[in-house]
Design a binder for this molecule. Structure first.
Ligand code: D61
Ligand code: MG
Length: 409
């Protein structure tokens, strides 16, 4: 089935095969479960049961950071389960979240202890610096989720705020965990703006893609400020007679999400640990591929838009260094550019952000100078610059080649 879908993309078939025969080990090494405690093993079992998208990359992280991120994921997923469970009546849900807000430790001891004792045991086994980050982010997310339980996402600003609570904070917390583990610079953990953008880009992509599923389950995360320009009721977009306004709104939201890509590039270029780089880059390239698949696509309003398995595996295997990530980003921006219609209301804005992204993805400044990220493109850019300065120096000095000193005055 996966192979059939990739028939028009021969390189994906090869990658699917490589992945199946063990290429997945490079991004997803086998964990040594035997040497783990029973409780930790249970936590990883929960992780594998609850996350399709993050389980592999989390388990590929180096050292103790892996356990910290695994517990961070499970604690936040528990909180999100409460948020997502529409069957708990609102009046019961708000106090439950507020008790998380005010008595986080009680929440840990009681909720976790009774329902998932292994998670709370392993939480307390983490270093204090990791525990502090996890409780702080959980607390802030609880406050934010409670705020949005009673209201809809209205303005674009509120959209950013909701996404900050449920995903931006995850990016901020993760960055602080990276720095605490010393696998990354302290700067990574301090720049909350860039870390927030990492989460916003992922969450907005999910919200855009999941329009129909959320609609069917009685949830709505598309901001009113966007859809009200094209329709009276958000649910109209699911009806074929509103397709044209639905696509206009979809393209507006994709354009809004693309504004986070420059920050994503800057953030990724600061990373120096290979496992952290893969962990961060893989979800981001999947997101840009998903956005490109959704852009101007009527399928968003009729079913689920998914990237092909072969495409996902190819992205996972490629996204292991900065120059590859930049070329993936350039490739998908180009794909979106080709789909921009002359009549689209957001056309100018879309073209503008795409050209910014293109510029940034072609600039050698986005390539970090870390040894394992040096790419042939960067080397050629440096050589071109050297050749040009050589000519320039020769021309201004009026001396024949060979006579001037490159470092001369
Ligand atoms: C680098 C690497 C991974 C990153 C990152 C930077 C920055 C942010 C994120 C991951 C978080 C991205 C969230 C995007 C997916 N959205 C959801 O899962 C929604 O729930 C949000 C609240 C709970 C977040 C829990 C979480 C998620 C991913 C993690 C993590 C914690 C910890 C570590 C690593 C990744 C969504 O869930 C629906 C569902 O999937 O069932 C929702 O309810 O809207
Ligand atoms: Mg949720």
């Amino acid at each position: 089935m996966d192979i059939l879908k990739s028939l028009g993309h021969p390189e994906e078939i090869i990658n699917l095969f490589k992945y199946k025969i063990g290429g997945c080990r490079s991004v997803m090494p086998k964990l040594d479960y035997d040497s783990m405690s029973e409780t930790l093993r249970t936590c990883y079992a929960y992780l594998n049961q609850t996350s399709r998208s993050f389980a592999a990359v989390i388990q590929a992280l180096d050292g103790e950071l892996r356990h910290a991120v695994c517990i961070f994921y499970l604690v936040l997923r528990a909180l999100d389960t409460v948020e997502d469970d529409m069957s708990i009546p609102l009046e019961k849900k708000v106090p439950l979240l507020f008790s998380v807000v005010h008595y986080f430790m009680l929440f840990c001891f009681y909720f976790m202890l009774f329902c998932f004792p292994q998670i709370s045991v392993e939480f307390r086994n983490l270093g204090q610096e990791y525990q502090d980050v996890i409780s702080d982010i959980c607390h802030q997310m609880g406050v934010g989720m409670a705020e949005f339980l009673e209201k809809k996402v209205s303005s674009m600003e509120e959209w950013d705020k909701y996404c900050h609570y449920v995903a931006g904070l995850v990016g901020i917390g993760l960055s602080r965990l990276f720095s605490a583990s010393q696998l990354e610079d302290t700067e990574v953990g301090r720049d909350t703006e860039l870390a927030n953008s990492m989460g916003l880009f992922l969450q907005k992509t999910n919200i855009i893609r999941d329009y129909l599923e959320d609609q069917q389950e009685g949830r709505a995360f598309w901001p009113q400020e966007a859809w009200s320009q094209f329709t009276e009721r958000l649910e109209d977009f699911a009806h074929p007679q509103h397709l044209s306004s639905a696509l206009s709104c979809l393209n507006l939201l994709v354009t809004d999400a693309l504004h986070h890509v420059p920050d994503v590039i800057t953030y990724l270029s600061r990373l120096r640990n290979q496992s952290v780089f893969n962990f961060c880059a893989i979800p981001q390239v999947m997101a840009i591929a998903t956005l490109s698949a959704c852009y101007n696509n009527p399928q968003v309003f009729q079913g689920v838009v998914k990237i092909r398995k072969g495409q996902a595996v190819t992205l996972m295997m490629q996204a292991t260094n900065m120059s590859a990530v930049l070329s993936i980003i350039a490739q998908y921006s180009q794909e979106i550019l080709q789909k921009v219609s002359v009549t689209d209301p957001s056309r100018e804005k879309t073209l503008h952000i795409l050209s910014l992204i293109r510029e940034k993805s072609l600039s050698p400044a986005a390539l970090s100078s870390r040894a394992h990220h040096i790419s042939p493109v960067y080397v050629s850019a440096v050589m071109l610059l050297a050749a040009l300065s050589w000519q320039y120096l020769n021309a201004t000095a009026g001396q024949p080649p060979g006579g001037a000193d490159m470092h001369g005055h």
